[in-house]
Design a protein around this ligand. Structure first.
Ligand code: NCD
Length: 332
């Protein structure tokens, strides 16, 4: 069976988002619209009444085939702040582990008349598969699939960068650590390139930073000092040990010695560089406690910004679905 292009699948005929599967192929205008909309929701989070009715009467199902706390909770909060009804399904411990196929699970959930699925899956392409096989009018939001993409994480990182640095043009950014297994790094690279970041350096050992990333416009760097030199933003990544098949590393302590972010290595970046991490952080493996808790770290801002980004994306995709239904209705 021919699979449709996820880049086309996620837009309606008016060019608006109706699913959110990947940042690959999304225009600078759409990415900026997501950031601007999220910015308006951020101020809402500070008020005592935190709700808007944009998803009132809609049912959102959080469909997590892989465990997650932060991402699932912030998606749930985002849906609730948009006034949706939310159900959390931890499939990692339910139906598919009893042998049910993804399609069967999906058909059952559709029969419950949901309006949006937020999908996290260990296999690359699963949210795309669901978007292709779902009834029309149901929006699919990718909450991380395999090594492929984690578009809401990348956008919350872009919001964090814009709020701290004011712009993307002229910035030098280092993404450090396990790039090979990271869906965050892949989505960030798309976002940073589209938004006009001057240089994106991928930093880590040869076994974890493959050469093919050069084709996506990144600079590859196997030395931490050279990689951090003069950068404005540092994104540290966790070693994704659950995805490592063979021996890609000598040892964790060797990795920390060569690529760990400590007060000493942080000094190689610009003095006002910010330190980001998508979480969960491993203290003493990729980052020291002093840096993770230090003045330059913005790791908790990322979590707060994540709620606003998820509200923005969910409300945009729902409105893209509604517009499409209206267009089909007018034609019919
Ligand atoms: C990331 C993920 O799941 O890809 N975490 C997250 O979404 N907060 C990164 C990671 O697991 O290391």
């Amino acid at each position: 069976m021919m699979r449709s292009d996820p880049r086309a699948l996620q837009l309606n005929e008016q060019g608006q988002l109706k699913h959110f599967l990947t940042l690959d192929g999304l225009s600078k205008d759409i990415l900026t619209e997501i950031l601007d909309r999220a910015e308006s929701f951020l101020s809402m989070g500070e008020q005592s009444v935190k709700k808007v009715p944009l998803l009132r009467g809609k049912t959102v199902v959080n469909l997590f085939f892989e465990n997650s706390t932060r991402t699932r909770t912030t998606f749930e909060l985002a849906a609730k702040r948009l006034s949706a009804d939310v159900i959390n399904l931890n499939i990692a411990t339910s139906a598919t582990s009893k042998g049910e196929s993804l399609l069967d699970t999906l058909q059952n959930l559709q029969a419950m008349q949901s309006d949006m699925f937020v999908v996290r899956h260990q296999d690359s392409g699963a949210p795309h598969f669901i978007a292709e096989h779902c009834t029309p009018n149901v929006a699919i939001i990718n909450a991380g699939d395999g090594r492929h993409a984690h578009p809401t994480q990348a956008m919350l990182d872009m919001l964090t960068i814009r709020r701290h640095k004011g712009k993307f043009e002229g910035l030098k950014i280092a993404i450090v650590g396990d790039i090979l297994h990271s869906r965050v790094a892949r989505s960030e690279l798309h976002a940073m390139k589209t938004l006009g970041v001057e240089e994106v350096r991928l930093v880590g050992p040869k076994t974890l930073v493959p050469e093919f990333f050069r084709d996506m416009g990144a600079t590859i760097c196997h030395d931490l000092k050279a990689g951090l030199d003069d950068v404005d933003v540092i994104v540290m990544l966790r070693l994704q040990k659950e995805r490592m098949a063979g021996a890609l590393l000598p040892s964790e302590s060797e990795f920390y010695r060569l690529y760990g972010l400590t007060e000493e290595s942080l000094a190689w970046a610009k003095p006002d560089a910010i330190v980001m991490h998508p979480g969960p952080i491993n203290r003493g493996v990729e980052i020291s406690s002093e840096v993770a808790d230090g003045d330059q770290a913005v790791i908790l801002d990322q979590v707060t910004n994540g709620i606003a980004i998820r509200m923005a994306v969910m409300s945009m995709a729902m409105s893209g679905q509604v517009q499409e239904q209206q267009a089909v209705g007018e034609e019919g």
